[in-house]
Write a protein that binds this ligand. Sequence first.
Ligand code: GRG
Length: 305
Amino acid sequence: MTESVVNNHDRASTFELSWRESIKKFDDLLAMELNFLLEKAPSRIAEAIRYSVLAPGKRLRPMLAIWGGEAVAGAFETSLPAAIAVELIHCYSLIHDDLPAMDDDDLRRGLPTCHVKFDEATAILAGDALQPMAFEVLASRIPDPSVAQKAICRLAQAAGPNALVGGQADDLRAEREGGNEELLQAIHARKTGAMIEVSVALGGVLAGCSKEQLVRLSEYGIAIGQAFQIVDDLLDVVGNTEELGKRAGKDCQRGKLTYPGIYGVEASRKAASDYTVRAVQIAESFSSQGENLMRLAKHLLERTH
Ligand code: GRG
């Protein structure tokens, strides 16, 4: 961990407060958008969707979209459709990941998982519905059709079989068959990294960033995506269930391919720190407009949930 990353506790707490404020603002707008999207939905599905989406998550991906836009001088409202869309896809992936056929979890965001609270069919349908809802937001809320098309295409790629779904499939296969370092990296990049990268990239796209800025935003996303997943693996080993809001120790129990499992705890901490340093460098290249991206990268390394 570098000196600048370590000596940042005071600023991180100010940052946490401003993150919480942004979450509040975002959550109100998200709830309004859900009202619109769920107007004619059967009440049980609508309830399950609201339950899962409005549960207290970190809203990492929406904030990445907002701060990705901010890095290229975009306003909160401009990147908002991207922020909402990535959170809806993320929530679908959490609901489906928790199902008995996948990770079979009973706790998510500190609450019973969707299939436990409702039932399996409702959870599957809630996850199914969240996917078109995300694309509807991009198609209907982005004023410029060519920007909307670009955003829809990028999100579809990040959520599709070559990224999120493919990473999840390989993650489940690795539980049964094991795997090596190369497979671990490929799983991380697709299961977790793709959605994190596309979040920050879409924020920039909606704010009208240049090709060169988009490359830098994507590189930042890749770096913090790696750091985030390594920390996630570490928290499963060293974190506690209450703070995490999901069961600690599950990865080991299920024989998952993880960073600490392959490299050990210390080497994993070092790798997370190295990726964070890289992300911070890229965020700094956006000067003061990249401040929130920079603080976020540092904060994620220190997180306990
Ligand atoms: C079902 C296609 C499909 C994919 C599931 C989301 C996912 C892929 C798996 C969840 C399991 C897991 C630990 C993934 C790695 C990291 C991750 C995505 C954690 C959850 O994201 P957070 O910590 O969650 O941002 P909150 O609740 O804060 O939004």
